[in-house]
Design a protein around this ligand. Structure first.
Ligand code: DAH
Length: 340
């Protein structure tokens, strides 16, 4: 019996297979219940006890060697892609789709980038605010309609907790913390109690800008906004400032750009005027500076605020503001190549 075992040990050393199927046949031949190794184990039971120790030892060696060898052969087929259990490396990979930036983020990033080239940095403030930061410190008279329940979402009254209706509140947050010079923009989400339609939404986004230093003039404001408009809408863009009113600026203006669609000739986007309004701006009212403990005899400043939805709609000719909030892939997919 010992001879036969040793013969099998030698035989197993040189086993080879050229396919997974052949490897499986080897397993059956040697290791299955009726295989050659198993037969020897059956026979082992019948040999005289005094031989069992010696024979048992080599028999066990044979079994482990057979198992190791055949497993090794099988694994070879599994990992080189030819076996039934292995991966077929010639299969095309499963592709996964990359998402794209939301159009509002694309435009917001662009605005931030343009102003950062002029030395403006970015600041942030809370969406849940109080009356002081949204209205009072910005010189809103107590009876101003913007404080009314109809415009503002109040979370609590007396003391008032509310959702900010504009990003101008961040002006106050920044002036509280930082002494002039201040040159910063504040992108963010704002909330107004408005009926949702193609042109208005109760949630939208703004970018606010604030520049406070010695000798800041209206000419600085105008030149800054002209540069910004040309960078965002193209070098041919013209701007126009119309006198307006905001409690926190004096004088105040609304800024139009020459229509991006018709270039100023007149079309239905600009309602045949050649101009479209994109932002509000002005010189920071001395009362606003004083409310934040900035000496209005020493410092002057300008501020502006624009709606990101409005600008994005103009830039990409989007006709319905609700598209920004509906998560419709057919809409969002169209901005895949649009920007950072
Ligand atoms: N906060 C104004 C709004 O929501 C926009 C605005 C106008 C901001 C004039 C300004 C500004 O900073 O000077 O309609």
């Amino acid at each position: 019996m010992l001879d036969r075992i040793n013969q099998l040990v030698e035989e197993i050393k040189s086993l080879a297979a050229s396919s997974a199927e052949e490897a499986e046949n080897l397993r059956i031949k040697y290791l299955s219940k009726k295989g050659l190794v198993s037969q020897l184990f059956d026979e082992f039971k019948t040999i005289p006890n005094e031989q069992k120790r010696e024979v048992g030892k080599v028999l066990n060696v044979l079994k482990t060697q057979a198992l190791d060898k055949i497993n090794e052969i099988k694994e070879g087929f599994a990992s080189n892609g030819q076996g039934e259990v292995g991966a077929d490396l010639s299969l095309p990979g499963t592709s996964f789709e990359l998402g794209s930036r939301h159009p509002l983020s694309i435009v917001k990033n662009e605005i931030v980038e343009i102003f950062s080239r002029l030395g403006f940095n970015v600041a942030d403030g809370p969406e849940i605010e109080d009356d002081h930061h949204v209205f009072e410190a910005l010189n809103f008279p107590p009876e101003h309609p913007a404080r009314d329940m109809q415009d503002t979402f109040f979370i609590a009254t007396n003391p008032d907790v509310l959702l900010r209706t504009h990003t101008s509140s961040v002006q106050v947050r920044v002036m509280e913390k930082q002494a002039p010079p201040i040159r910063a923009i504040f992108p963010g989400r704002v909330f107004r109690n408005e009926a949702i339609s193609a042109r208005a939404h109760c949630i939208f986004h703004q970018v606010e800008g604030l520049y406070i230093d010695k000798n800041v003039s209206f000419a600085d404001l105008k030149q800054t906004l002209l540069y910004f408009s040309k960078e965002l809408f193209g070098a041919d863009t013209k701007i126009r400032l119309r006198p307006s009113y905001f409690p926190f600026t004096e004088p105040s203006a609304e800024m139009d750009i020459s229509c991006t669609l018709c270039g100023g000739k007149g079309c239905n986007v600009c309602k045949y005027t050649g101009w479209v309004e994109i932002l509000g701006c002005g010189m920071v009212d001395p009362a606003v500076l004083e409310a934040s403990n900035i000496d209005s005899n020493e410092y002057t400043g300008f501020a502006f605020g624009m709606g990101i939805e409005r600008i994005t709609m103009l830039k990409y000719q989007i006709k319905d503001i609700r598209l920004f909030f509906e998560n419709d892939k057919r809409f969002l997919d169209q901005f895949k190549s649009a920007g950072k």
